[in-house]
Ligand binder design. Structure first.
Ligand code: ZN
Length: 228
């Protein structure tokens, strides 16, 4: 244990084991059991790696609050599973743009980076090849009150995000296949708003991809899970 470990009080965020923010056993428990889920946000198919609970939740929270590299790396590996599942499912020829839903200011300050973008960049690096041309399209402009989504109910959420997410006119998405990427899906309202914004610029939004979904809020979406 180094001096920085002592200062930061590094304990596994899931089981409290000292010396690391994420112990091997907890990391494995999450990564080895990933089966990508296909849910819906409205009519948008969404590919998710894990449920936002227990160890997976601890890892995401630690990444948001500290930007810890080991937790960001786990999120990236989970994101890669969901992204690969999405690309398999899409099977479109030509370019696919992955559009990140930027982290809010609070997370950016705590994690020292735009966590959603950092996770997506790492996830893309390890994508199994060949998958055609997949690239990140930094298109979305998000107003700050996106941060308060988690305290709102479903109806309030939908209203809150409408008009708060725009696609930049400077970045061309016209006629391009697009996938919206976020870290955690709550009601799906934010993904839907992002999809509308990209569609408004002529982008062809095919799906959403998230690391984790909140099962108690997305429960009614699970009934519409796509089989196979
Ligand atoms: Zn642990």
């Amino acid at each position: 244990m180094g001096i920085s470990d002592l200062i930061l009080m590094r304990n596994c965020r899931s089981c409290e084991l000292p010396g690391t923010l994420l112990c091997e056993r907890c990391r494995r428990r999450v990564e080895d059991t990933v089966v990508p889920q296909r849910l819906f946000a409205g009519s948008l198919p969404v590919h998710c790696a894990v449920r936002y609970e227990s160890t997976a939740r601890s890892i995401v929270l630690a990444a948001k609050r500290t930007g810890a590299a080991e937790c960001v790396a786990v999120m990236a590996r989970l994101a890669r599973v969901a992204l690969a599942d999405c690309l398999d499912d899409l099977a479109v020829d030509g370019r696919i743009c992955v559009v990140p839903l930027h982290s809010g200011a609070k997370t950016r300050a705590a994690a020292g980076q735009d966590l959603v973008v950092a996770v997506l960049r790492q996830a893309m690096k390890g994508l199994p090849a060949p998958r055609g041309q997949v690239q990140i399209a930094d298109v979305l402009q998000i107003r700050p009150n996106r941060l308060q989504q988690k305290v709102l109910n479903r109806q309030q959420r939908a209203g809150n995000v409408t008009g708060n997410i725009r696609a930049s006119p400077r970045t061309r998405v016209q006629g391009l296949n697009a996938v919206i990427f976020d870290d955690v899906m709550t009601s799906g309202a934010t993904l839907q708003a992002a999809a509308r914004a990209v569609s408004a610029r002529g982008g062809l939004v095919r799906a959403g991809v998230v690391v984790a979904y909140r099962p108690w809020i997305c429960a009614d979406l699970q009934g519409r899970r796509v089989s196979g």
